[in-house]
Design a protein around this ligand. Sequence first.
Ligand code: ADP
Ligand code: MG
Length: 777
Amino acid sequence: MLVEEFLKDLEELIMNVLDSRTSLEELSGWIDQSRELLQDPLLDDADAREKLDQLIDYLKPTVELPKERALKRLTNALGMIERYRSWHFFAKPDPSQAKQLSLDIKSARGVGPRREKLLRKLEINSLRDLVFYFPRDYEDRRRVISLKDLLLGEKVTTRGKISSVEMKSVSGMKIVAAVLADGIHHVLLKWFNQEFIYRQLQTLKGKEVYVTGTVKKGMFGGLEIVNPEVELVENSSALEILPVYPLTEGMSQKEFRRIVRQNIDCVAIVQDELPLELTERRKLIDLAIALYGMHFPKTTYQLEKSRERLAYEELLYLQLAMLFSRHTLDSIGGVAKKIEGKLAQEFLKKLPFQLTNAQKRAHEEIRQDLRSTRPMSRLLQGDVGCGKTVVAQLAIIDNFEAGFQAAVMAPTSILATQHYRRMAPSFENLGIKTALLLGETNKGEKERIKRLLRSGELSVVIGTHTLIQEDVEFDNLGLVVIDEQHRFGVRQREALISKGAAVDTLVMTATPIPRTLALAVYGDLDLTIIDEMPPGRKDVKTILVSVTKIDQVFDFVRKEVEDGNQAFIVYPLIEESDKLQVKAATQMYEKLSNEVFKDLRVGLLHGRMSQQEKDAVMEKFARGDFDILVSTTVIEVGIDVPNATVMVIENPERFGLAQLHQLRGRIGRSDRQGYCFLVVGNVEEEALERLKYFASTKNGFEVAEYDMKLRGPGEILGLRQHGLPDLKVADLIRDKQLLFRAREDAEFVMKNLDRFKALIEKIEKIYGERLKLVKVG
Ligand code: ADP
Ligand code: MG
């Protein structure tokens, strides 16, 4: 047992005793037992050993002491543990060895021309870059497991003497084998195609070594370790936590570690820019010790504290940027809209369904925002199919009643057109003049729409990013609705908002984002979540099938069509290559319409078709004139054809799960059972695992969270697209609590701006671009 584990458990036990959940006797028994198990290189340090003994001796007599005094000791012991940690758990840089962080990497210790080149390849050009180049993992070698305790499958460091080293050739492969033994037990060590090991091992023969690697079962039942690392026991530095870096070819871990070790002391003079007030409040360690600890932590404790320190800083800056841009927006001010709600009532009366409670709540929140003088900046989130469109419609109607125009921006022409079709009739019914403006709208019509928008005769315009063009002007724009926001960059959002004097913004996204992540990425927006599906929806059945069974899938499709339903067949291929997608979809369309589904009505939809063509196809499919729609991913976002019950997706492994969830969301939009077939060919185990998870999970938030764990939230949310830098240390999933703290502190800073001038300057430096955008708006 390591000292840090001992103290952690001890701390917990003491707390339990203080809370009367454990007895003093139990505590004392545990101490006796556990101290026997202590084994830690930390205890080679006489002072560390002595202080630990003192702590234990201090606690021992508590069993015999009067209750009050015993409890007093326990409380004191908690403080002693804290102090012990700060004294003995941290490795620190040596300031006397520190060089300037700005030093070019070619002048760093241990770096010659060859290494310089490799380092530059890793984008390490200065000492600063080097110390901010963090490990991707760590190997904990502090614990030495004796040979008799080796367990299958575990990565361990064990100890023994090397004997009988030999090398043989098996079907062209050089295998080096050696035996590691401690006199009673032994294990086989094996290296493949590493002849140099053979010579190395000869020199180690008969000497005590540490061996690190994963224990496996050998061919003849015995235990073996393949490709282990071997170090002489004399070299005591082997017993520590070692960093594992993401490296490039030609640079080994050992080599890189040595370079970092030789230069790491420069962190001693790094400038810590976090205000003391915050670091003290959150008990964060110094930046220098954190940077040191990221590379060579003395304990897991130091590593955790180091990560926490650096992650907090990243998250704080991020939250400050968000709040700062929100602050700027608020200071511009808005108009309090007068909404009676009569029009909305009229609209609701004609709706063929009742709003869900979640929809009602969302509408109410938005209405409050519109009525307030603070400009609305709200994110409307909800799983696909929860009915966000109606809520947006209600917002537009309220806004109209107050006397303002509205603009609805969607990422694709298909979606904009669909919104127009679904919204316009009910708007016109209420006397709200509505138009559709797309890039491909003909010139005369475009001019007419722009004129009417300028004069105020048109009240609502629905369109694509055409809407942000300069010559689209409004008489009195009061509300902007942005659909499927993750497709738009921040710039585009802001460009549209700037077209009115006091615009309220409603952003809708169907990529379900867990609340914490929403805070991180949309931290400048208020959040409304629709967490309820319209009644009567059945969960879509998701089925993984092998491509060899595609005929059965097609049979199923046919049966559904015969029952009066419709189907999508999607050929995603690689997203970047639109051309390839079109080719695949087109070829399959030929085959399906001429052979497999010769007698059915098959349509084709892809991104290279003209808008008129796309519209015509979508319209026909929506009307039921096609039974089957063969498509690329154009249909991914937002399309609503409730009569479609089957979705067949080929090459689903090429997609992130969040995207697949979008696709799946196209069906199951009525009370009929929906089916989603994932047709997989030869895919890797990992991809299959992912798809299986997806098939078994219907909740979009869970899917998104799983996906983010695998691919990182940056990837999925497109942090860069949001004008945000990647987070290097913070992990938006693991560091949830830290994120909340950073948010709280950022709010504190915003309330006390004059006290944190330097910090704000720093934020402006990092996020200047993004903040400027907001200011312009
Ligand atoms: P999304 O949130 O994915 O954009 P939509 O707004 O497209 O969802 O709505 C999905 C479908 O559910 C539409 O056909 C819509 O008419 C229908 N719908 C929305 N709200 C309700 C409700 N409260 N009850 C029944 N059906 C609803
Ligand atoms: Mg939608």
